[in-house]
Write a protein that binds this ligand. Sequence first.
Ligand code: PLP
Length: 398
Amino acid sequence: MSLSEQNLPEFRLPADWQGISELFPVQKESIWLNYCGTTPISSFASSVMADYFDEYSRYGIFAPRYSEPKIKVILRNYLAEILSCSPDSIGLVHNTSEGMNLYSHSISLPKGTRILVIENEYPSNVYPWEHWKEKGVGLGFVSVGDTPDEFLRNLEDEAKKGDVSLLSLSPVHWCTGMPLDLKKISSICEKYSIKLILDGSQAVGHIPVPLNEVKVEFAAFAAWKWLLGPLGLGVIYLSPEVPKDFRILFKGQASVKNDGSYFPYRDEWKPPADQFEQSTSNFNDWIYFFASLRMLSTIGFTKTRERIYEVSNLMSDMLRGLGFRLDRDVFPDVKTGIIAVNGFQSGKEFNPEAIQAFLRSKNIYAAVRLGRLRLAPHIPVTESHISRLESVLKEYLK
Ligand SMILES: Cc1ncc(COP(=O)(O)O)c(C=O)c1O
């Protein structure tokens, strides 16, 4: 533990996954299966928030153990560890849309070229690129296909046309849960001189995103999915290869160096990734995020991912046993936590909304996306939740 982390609450690792599950009150009365949507708070994070609020009530912004620079260093270090990058490349924003917009409006792209995103992409990685259309840069959608290999072929076909300047990619599809091969995608982008940008909301904390092994210029992602952070906090990554004179479109109080000193007004900008934090931050959310990352780090980021796959595989086997057909059946060799149920193996009529409503009536929370019933377990979900889900689904299928 570094000096800067002293005296902050430690996460005491429970003996087993059941113990971890018990730290999530939501899992007691209900079964939350929408961790790729939003994630309820753990009792550890709420206790850290209570500890911080107690200190803040007594000392205000001079809260001794929770100073902003100290928490920022810790958050950046955890995120840098997850992404295998330098902490200096990390900035904090409010959500993916904000990060993408700030970046998209701050770069230049050659007229007559095209930006690509995947088909049926989440709007946060589509709308921020639309302004380019008025500037003579097109916006196109690459068909994802049914397997990661099919996507690579589709991408290469687009790249070969020679006019793609930027690909803004979600490495895991938010509706089907299909993970894409980041390393191969990065090589295609390098081969055709395409800037690679990531929407990491469905990927970071869920699949490996080794930014030291892939050439990514910028990434933005939400904290409240696989990283179990608070709503309304997002993260950006900006490559160190971005020129030192990179300027974000907007200038705010915190854009300049030594921003605690207000006069004289200055034009000495902070390093590029810091410019994304334009003024007073949502510091309460930083504390929540700190607690969640401390918990995940103590469990182990890799161990967490492996447990997500384990639970997700057990749940998938149970669903197949009940006759359901899953998107993942056609890409069995790649690891994902998201289960997209797209029908019955028998071909009988499938009504995902009706199943979702039935589950909801039994306090089981799933989502419906692109005609699929989407189930996304995380470490709070255990084998006993899978058994409960199985009984409820059997009742529905009767
Ligand atoms: C692919 C993807 N990107 C981004 C988001 C979240 O966007 P924002 O952070 O702008 O709310 C989601 C949420 O479901 C998502 O699935």
